[in-house]
Design a protein around this ligand. Structure first.
Ligand SMILES: [Zn+2]
Length: 357
């Protein structure tokens, strides 16, 4: 038996080496994760690896044996890496593979620092903690998930700190509090949640679909702007019409409309959620709720299959450094936000966990 097992591993290695470039996920399952859950997790992971062609290997820990807070189906805790903004810009330029990438890189300021619209800070010129946005020209670093950093060519050891059983890039937990349907191919049983969809969504966070605005969007904390160093690569394409008018990104926590733009805010792409506390009630690390934008929407409801990976999801990953097989064209992006009917009924949040400083 040991010989057979070794042979199987050797064959698998050969197959991997001869395949065309692709994202590979090493799955690590923590105790309490059933066979059924493991199978569904692999199905969800395969939906990402089938559309991302960046040749890196991620190690993700999965766990579905913990009861998370009420209203939370899943969490993702990533290891985070800080990088100079100018380094990120060069890496994005080197890895540019699509029309959207080219536009996105061209929209990034060529200086060592970038500007952002921000509010609620202790040093807000309009008064400490004021909700009035102002431009902060100081940021010179960005903060990204380990997986996002690997997409940009960084090589480093995995981390054991956010609960990884062994070195990992992210740990994803799915709560035992709710009932799940593990097979979405025949619909989702009423009263249960789409397990594959939840995992697919959480992997999206691990890949870097995260906003640092969630670190600003908290109640009762007064800190200077300089302490909010959690601007993610995705945030470099986060705009409002107000921030676009000042030629800076929008890092505010308020209910102003925020959207992805690959051309410095001129063209409005899919809309982002605005924040749980000061925004629309959903974490900023998501698309706007109720617009059917994609897999990174903040809420899902029981009995309904979750959104598959859409062109909007892929566009976001494309501009933060991933190479995606189906490259979305930037021109029709404005259509992604077009109002589809809001989903009614019970909704349960999916949190990304505490990853952003
Ligand atoms: Zn989420």
């Amino acid at each position: 038996m040991p010989t057979l097992a070794r042979l199987a591993i050797a064959l698998a290695t050969l197959a991997a080496a001869s395949a065309s470039p692709a994202l590979t996920i090493n799955y690590t399952f923590l105790p309490g994760t059933s066979e059924q859950a493991q199978q569904a997790i692999r199905v969800a992971g395969a939906q990402w690896t089938s559309v991302i062609t960046t040749d890196v290997t991620l190690t993700l820990n999965f766990e579905s044996g913990l009861r998370l807070s009420s209203g939370v189906l899943g969490t993702t805790k990533s290891m985070y890496i800080d990088m100079y903004y100018s380094d990120l810009r060069s890496r994005l330029a080197q890895g540019s593979t699509s029309a959207a990438d080219a536009l996105a890189v061209a929209s990034l300021p060529g200086s060592a620092n970038f500007g952002r619209l921000i509010n609620l800070t202790a040093d807000n010129p309009a008064g400490a903690g004021s909700a009035t946005p102002y431009v902060d020209h100081n940021p010179a670093t960005v903060h990204m998930s380990a997986a996002n950093a690997r997409a940009l060519g960084l090589q480093f050891q995995g981390n054991e700190s956010p609960g990884c059983a062994a070195a990992c890039d992210a740990r994803i937990d799915i709560s035992t509090r709710y009932a799940y349907d593990y097979d979405p191919s025949d619909g989702i049983t009423p009263g249960t949640f789409d397990f594959v969809g939840i995992v697919r969504h959480e992997i999206g966070h691990a890949l870097g679909f995260v906003s640092g605005v969630d670190s600003l969007d908290v109640a009762g904390t007064l800190r200077p702007a300089g302490s909010f160093t959690g601007v993610t690569p995705l945030d470099l394409f986060r705009y409002s019409s107000l921030s676009a008018a000042s030629h800076v990104i929008d890092f505010t926590a308020d209910a102003r409309q925020k959207y992805l733009s690959v051309n410095g805010g001129l063209t409005m792409g899919p809309e982002f959620a605005e924040g749980e506390v000061h925004g629309d009630g959903a974490q900023a690390s998501h698309w706007k709720d109720g617009r059917s934008i994609g897999a990174m929407a903040p809420y899902i409801q029981a009995g309904v299959a979750d959104s598959r990976i859409t062109a909007a999801d892929l566009l976001a990953l494309d501009v933060i450094g991933w190479t995606v097989s189906a490259v979305p064209e930037p021109a029709p992006m404005v259509l992604f936000g077009a109002g589809l009917a809001a989903i009614a009924g019970l909704r349960i949040g999916r949190r990304r966990g505490d990853g952003v400083a």
